[in-house]
Design a protein around this ligand. Structure first.
Ligand SMILES: O=P(O)(O)O[C@H]1O[C@H](CO)[C@@H](O)[C@H]1O
Ligand SMILES: Nc1nc2[nH]cnc2c(=O)[nH]1
Length: 393
């Protein structure tokens, strides 16, 4: 292991750093800073003032200089942008023990994600504006793309593989309604054994490929008694149960090239796009089957007990699944505009004597397949609307 010492700088990405106590200029960093939106700049600036921020504390970003007093160069070839604060841990040969999932949070540096994005951009001439994630049973949404270039996950450097039935495991580039998109035909879940940061890593790839929007779909259990199987819930908000329990895709060193240490989530799901989706549902004549609501993600893979479902309902949750929330947090962190919908694939029982069948994945996938055309139509119309929205210009 390279080991790490106080003040070691990164040499690979043009950043300066403090080497043996001397500060170097960081021109590349200024370019990154300039590329951030005003909102991000102000948040990153706030961030910089937060004492104890893991990766970038003691960083003099605003003078165009990057000073790491406690940067780390080392494990898995990471650079100082992923440096870990060693204030509590000086000059040791092993990762700080207080970061229990150290290798996980270090495994997808900005440079690695850039490498993935560059790999894809080199292999396709399509320049997507919108990243789409297909939920369980909704893989066929990708079949609506035209002029496609498809990349099985195992062919993409550093990519995890998809292990869940109903998730094909390909990144498909193509056009929907003439709009360039990239589509994850299969997502990664926490229950597959991937840390949340890895599950949502492709969202950062979407950002670096040039997307401005994320359109996420999922299969979910309906808690709201008004929801019927086959209905669609436009996600208005989420309750981040895993986050409340201390698990976040943004855990670990923050790299401000993606976004600020403490991103807000007040308007995680774009209001305008929800309005547009409602209008579209009227045009499609399915307004009775479209609802708005709150989604939550649990770790899975087991479905919920009746007591858990009652608790979630009390908390104001309308639909429950095992995905999306960490993807949305990652997307908002890097300033992608988000639209998401859940296909209600099963009803969640509220008592032990319920007539409802117990949730099972076959049913989930089968309802997805039955409703794929409806979901595809909504998705196509939303893609067209997003493309016409001012943020996409
Ligand atoms: O969220 P998506 O991937 O659509 O799938 C949902 O359906 C599966 C369970 O049947 C879980 O993976 C859950 O998250
Ligand atoms: N957690 C969870 N995920 C789902 N995905 C599809 N249906 C369900 C459900 O009832 N619960």
């Amino acid at each position: 292991m390279t080991g790490y010492k106080n003040g070691i700088a990164n040499g690979t990405n043009g950043h300066g750093g403090e080497v043996n106590g001397q500060t170097k200029n960081a021109p590349a960093y200024t370019a990154i800073e300039n590329s951030l939106t005003k909102r991000q700049q102000s948040l990153v600036k706030d961030d910089y003032h937060v004492k104890g921020d893991v990766a970038f504390d003691e960083m003099n970003l605003w003078n165009g200089k990057l000073q790491y007093t406690n940067g780390i160069n080392g494990t898995n070839g990471v650079n100082a942008a992923n440096g870990v604060n060693s204030i509590h841990h000086n000059s040791k040969e092993s990762p700080p023990s207080q970061i229990s999932n150290f290798n996980d949070v270090m495994s997808y540096s900005y440079e690695i994600i850039k490498e993935i994005a560059d790999y894809l951009l080199e292999k396709t001439s399509i320049r997507p504006k919108i990243g789409v994630i297909c939920g369980s049973g909704l893989n066929s949404l990708a079949d609506f793309l035209t002029q496609t270039d498809a990349f099985p996950y195992e062919s993409i450097p550093h990519f995890p593989i998809s292990t869940v039935e109903g998730h094909v495991g390909r990144m498909v580039f193509g056009y929907l309604e003439g709009v360039p998109v990239m589509c994850m035909q299969g997502r990664f879940h926490y229950y597959e054994g991937y840390p949340l940061s890895k599950c949502s890593m492709p969202v950062r790839v979407m950002k670096l490929v040039g997307c401005t929007h994320l359109l996420a779909t999922n299969a979910a259990g309906g808690l709201n008694t008004k929801f019927k199987v086959g209905d669609i819930m436009l996600v208005r908000d989420h309750v981040n149960m895993m986050g409340l329990a201390g698990n976040s895709p943004l855990q670990g060193p923050n790299d401000p090239r993606f976004g600020p240490r403490f991103p807000p989530m007040t308007n995680a799901y774009d209001k305008e796009l929800i309005k547009i989706a409602k209008k579209i549902s009227v045009e499609m004549g399915i307004e009775k089957n479209i609802h708005q609501g709150v989604y939550t993600c649990l770790g899975g893979p087991n479905y919920e007990t009746v007591a858990e479902l009652r608790m979630l309902r009390t908390l104001g949750v309308d639909a429950v699944g095992m995905s999306t929330v960490h993807e949305v947090i990652t997307a908002r962190h890097c300033d992608l505009t988000v639209f998401a919908f859940s296909l209600i694939t099963n009803k969640c029982p509220s008592d032990y004597d319920s007539d409802e069948d117990e949730a099972n994945h076959e049913e989930v996938v089968s309802v997805g397949k039955q409703r794929q055309n409806l979901c595809a139509e909504l998705m196509c119309k939303m893609v067209r609307a997003i493309n016409e929205s001012p943020q996409c210009k």
